[in-house]
Write a protein that binds this ligand. Structure first.
Ligand code: KG4
Ligand code: ZN
Length: 357
């Protein structure tokens, strides 16, 4: 029997198998991560090798440097994941891989490693969307959480409001018309001279400042679930440059606070409005910017006022990690989705509402 015939049979059996153990790989940006996840919710291992220190001196992720470092790290991360899980390769039921969205070269390292593993172990290869993985991070942190719910997806690459009707059914209600919110955080941090990644730095600095500057977000999108962050980004950049040229003193913490107040208000209000208008009781935040303390504070407060339940992943599952991919893969396997051939390749862009590769 050929590889694909063998794994199709195994995949079919997994739909009803009592326990499923997935080994999952994530390499879409600057984190090489491999996890072992049981039944979508129990993390047996989650090894993350971060390249943040390497990219910091460049002020952002350098794609070619990221790919090279994924290659250097991935075999050891794999060995470490099995060690931490106290399992051997024989215990694994499927290999899950982030096939997109992300940096092409970085994704390819993970995809090819996953294909090699799947072939040598004769295991089903499950192709998972990175964005869906971010949503699944919430299933790990909140074992009682089940769809349907509204998801506010906020990362370095995406900003959207999604209706999650079922584990594998997503409808996009709105998205950004220009920059992702994480991009805006990183750009504002950069103009303030803060190190990469800028989001956590702005979060930290904003706590020491006051929102004295009145930045704005696009008024024309007010009645939609869409976002625009390039305008506010330019407002901040212009303010800082003008002040510097005139020798006027500005406080970085006040800029950080003003920017953060403005964008978190926009994100939280639209997400809560979507939840109410579409008749959902649960609101979930996902993605790296979901780690932002002010965004979480606002969402929790607004949800409380509107009798909604608010969920966010614990900090370590907010930013990129392999465990969230293993969780998502479990729900795809149960629904008979995601089985990929060995011709699978990486995709820099993936439509948010689709889980076909
Ligand atoms: O989800 P993620 O790890 O990677 C992508 O899929 O893009 O998100 C990374 C983004 C970066 O822009 C980073 O600055 C931002 O998440 N981020 C934050 C915080 N922690 C990470 N932004 C605001 N506040 C934070 N605490
Ligand atoms: Zn991510």
């Amino acid at each position: 029997m050929s590889y694909i015939e063998i794994v199709k049979e195994k995949f079919e059996k997994l739909k009803t198998k009592k326990d499923i153990i997935v080994l999952s790989i994530e390499s879409s940006c600057d984190e090489t991560s491999i996890a072992v996840v049981k039944n979508g919710r129990e993390v047996l291992a989650n090894v993350v090798s971060s390249q943040i220190e390497i990219h910091r001196r460049f002020g952002g992720v350098v794609p070619e440097v990221a790919s090279r470092n994924h290659i250097l790290a991935i075999s050891n991360v794999y060995k470490e994941a099995l060690l931490q899980a106290k399992l051997t390769e024989k215990d694994i039921d499927a290999i899950a891989i982030t096939y997109g969205a992300g940096l092409m070269g970085a994704l390819l390292v993970g995809v090819n490693f996953a294909k090699g593993l799947a072939y040598s172990l004769q295991l089903p290869l499950i192709a998972v969307s990175h964005v869906h993985g971010h949503i699944s991070a919430n299933y790990i942190s909140h074992t009682e959480l089940k769809p349907p719910f509204i998801c506010l997806m906020v990362s370095g690459g995406h900003t959207a409001i999604l209706q999650v009707e079922d584990y594998n059914k997503f409808t996009m209600l709105g998205t950004t018309v220009d920059d992702a919110v994480g991009e805006a955080f990183d750009k504002v941090a950069r103009v303030l001279g803060l190190p990469y990644p800028g989001g956590p730095e702005i979060d930290r600095l904003a706590k020491q400042g006051k929102p004295v500057y009145k930045f704005t977000v696009s008024n024309s999108l007010k009645n939609t679930y869409n976002f625009s962050f390039s305008g506010i980004k330019t407002e901040v950049v212009n303010l800082v440059h003008n002040a510097r040229q005139r020798g006027k003193e500005i406080l970085n913490q006040d800029i950080a606070s003003s920017f953060q107040e403005c964008v978190t208000k926009e994100l939280a209000e639209k997400a809560v409005r979507a939840c109410k208008n579409y008749g959902f009781k649960d609101l979930v935040v996902a993605g790296g910017v979901g780690a932002n303390s002010r965004l979480k504070e606002r969402l929790a407060l607004l949800c409380n006022e509107n009798n909604l339940n608010f969920y966010s992943p614990s900090l370590k599952y907010c930013t990129d990690n392999g465990a969230m991919i293993g969780s998502m893969a479990y729900y795809m396997i149960r629904d008979g989705l995601g089985l990929a051939p060995l011709s699978l390749t990486a995709k820099p862009n993936v439509e948010l509402n689709k889980n076909a590769f």
